[in-house]
Design a protein around this ligand. Structure first.
Ligand SMILES: Cc1cc2nc3c(=O)[nH]c(=O)nc-3n(C[C@H](O)[C@H](O)[C@H](O)COP(=O)(O)OP(=O)(O)OC[C@H]3O[C@@H](n4cnc5c(N)ncnc54)[C@H](O)[C@@H]3O)c2cc1C
Ligand code: FES
Ligand code: FES
Length: 481
């Protein structure tokens, strides 16, 4: 039995855990303001807000309902466009109208939900952040300038938002309807409600129907690749498993629960402290709603050769903790990938955590990604690099990873080993890039020819070095050559 609050109504349903929130709201509840566009998390027409209690606070995040599994909203509050409507247009709806931000209107509910999600967030209110909140929404007919004008005006309206009394303030100004005042209290009660034995049996019956069982994170891969299968399959919800959440530091090791999302990292003070450029790096990963849903374990197990978080963590020389019926083993992330989509993992083993040694002050990290579109696109080639330097600018330790240049996300072992204890010079870099070229095996596909990808990787690695050393001579010479 899945329980949640949909707008102002409490819902209980025995529908499959892996069925989508989009289908539920549109076809079970006839809330058709949430649109069906791509069904792949790409266009944002189906954007909803999901509110949950985190450390006693009610926190809302945008999600693309077309790939949000029903089980991932259990115990939470779902807001659709109908749920924010009152008797008249909300301020952001009015601004969209007044600034001609809507033509056919198909995309508009998605934009409105993302903007409302921004109003509910704790992000600093400035134009850049308001526009960033719609990075997962595509409009095919209005053009973005008029929507950006609406965003700027919206930003002005939110400038005086109360930070301590956010929801009452948003209600008073007409951004949210009155019933929102009780949602926190209702969620506390909903999460206290114990399911009756018959409900639990019914729930088990759903999950024991099929033999293949899927671990389900945010669903951003599974519900794109095999929605029909997941709809009927037995699934184990890992997204909300609190054992797989949290970021901690212990004895110089940073340990992250495997179900942490990209947004969890982005918002973590620990992570921002370790990686001062974190926000710049993570901005290159998908869109706000997808970052809210995408887990680290999902990124690793998907085993895409261009998985951004995989490339990120490979360069940190990370290891993963795998759990099979309570038996744990630790494995270097670089050894997890055996061949294309082939992993050192049995079907019943799940990833519990990922860990890496915390870099010291002499260590620097950089992540680079090139894709056909700057935002909301997977990489043609991506790369990360962690480097430690001694006082003479000699490399004492280096780890380089590269995606899109072979069947697996690649840790460049030989190239990294070669650079250890060396100082950069044109000769060293020439020899180094010969080793890099031998270590990778890109293929030509829609994202570019093999030759182009080799060249791109070279430039991305040089971009790391510019970040670490500045535009020193050997690097500029290589960039020109
Ligand atoms: C529109 C869109 C844009 C995207 N953009 C990017 C991008 O820019 N960069 C990028 O890297 N990826 C991108 N992705 C891919 C995807 O979002 C990521 O790979 C994401 O990290 C997958 O995580 P998930 O939790 O959603 O995985 P799920 O779909 O839930 O699961 C993926 C796989 O992991 C398994 N799994 C999940 N949790 C565990 C666990 N704890 N232990 C063992 N197995 C587990 C599942 O069984 C499944 O096989 C995008 C996807 C979409 C839809
Ligand atoms: S329908 Fe396009 S993101 Fe959901
Ligand atoms: S107004 Fe038509 S898709 Fe945006």
């Amino acid at each position: 039995m899945i329980q949640f609050i949909l707008n102002d109504k409490t819902i209980q349903t025995q529908l499959p855990k892996g069925s989508t929130v989009l289908d539920f709201v549109r076809y079970r509840k006839q809330l058709v303001g949430t649109k069906v566009g791509c069904r792949e998390g790409d266009c944002g027409a189906c954007t909803i807000l999901v509110g949950e209690l985190k450390n006693g606070k009610l926190v809302y995040q945008s999600m693309t309902s077309c790939i949000t599994p029903l089980i991932n909203i259990h115990g939470k509050h779902v807001l659709t466009i109908e749920g924010i409507n009152g008797d008249s247009l909300t301020p952001i709806q009015t601004l969209m109208v007044n600034n001609n931000g809507t033509q056919c209107g198909f995309c508009t509910p998605g934009f409105i939900m993302s903007f409302t999600g921004f109003a509910l967030s704790e992000e600093i209110v400035d134009s850049k952040n308001v526009v960033k909140s719609i990075d997962g929404n595509i409009c095919r007919c209005t053009g973005y300038k008029s929507i950006e004008r609406a965003a700027d005006a919206f930003c002005e309206q939110l400038k005086n938002k109360s930070t301590t009394q956010k929801i009452p303030w948003l209600i008073e100004k007409g951004h949210l309807p009155n019933y929102m005042i009780d949602i926190k209290f209702r969620l506390v009660n909903l999460n206290k409600t114990e399911l009756s034995t018959s409900q639990k049996l019914a729930s088990n019956a759903i999950s024991n129907n099929n033999s293949t069982e899927y671990f389900l994170g945010g669903g951003t891969d599974l519900l794109v690749q095999k929605p029909e299968v997941i709809n009927k399959a037995s699934v184990k919800n890992k997204f909300d498993d609190y054992h797989l959440k949290g970021i901690q530091i212990n004895n110089g090791i940073c340990k992250i629960g495997a179900s942490s999302t990209v947004t969890d990292l982005e918002e973590s003070p620990i992570f921002n402290n370790i990686f001062p450029n974190l926000k710049k790096h993570l901005k290159l990963v998908s869109s706000t709603p997808i970052r809210n849903m995408a887990t680290l374990a999902g990124n690793f197990v998907n085993a895409s050769p261009i998985g951004d978080m995989t490339i990120f963590f490979l360069a940190l020389d990370s290891s993963i903790i795998l759990n099979k019926n309570g038996n744990r083993r630790t494995l270097a992330l670089k050894d997890f990938f055996l061949d294309y989509k082939k992993l050192d993992k049995s079907p019943s083993e799940f990833i519990e955590a990922i860990q890496f040694p915390i870099p010291d002050k002499t260590t620097h990290f950089n992540f680079e990604k090139v894709s056909k579109r700057t935002h909301l696109d997977i990489a043609s080639v991506n790369s990360a690099c962690q480097i430690s330097l001694n006082q003479e600018e000699t490399i004492s330790e280096i780890h380089i990873s590269a995606g899109g240049v072979g069947p697996i996300p690649k840790y460049l072992l030989e190239a990294s080993t070669f650079l250890k204890n060396k100082k950069l010079s044109v000769e060293v870099l020439n020899d180094f890039f010969k080793i890099v070229n031998n270590e990778v095996s890109p293929i030509s596909d829609a994202r570019g020819t093999a030759e182009y990808k080799r060249l791109l990787l070279r430039q991305l690695i040089l971009a790391h070095f510019v970040e670490f050393f500045g535009a020193i001579e050997p690097i500029t010479k290589m960039l020109k050559g």
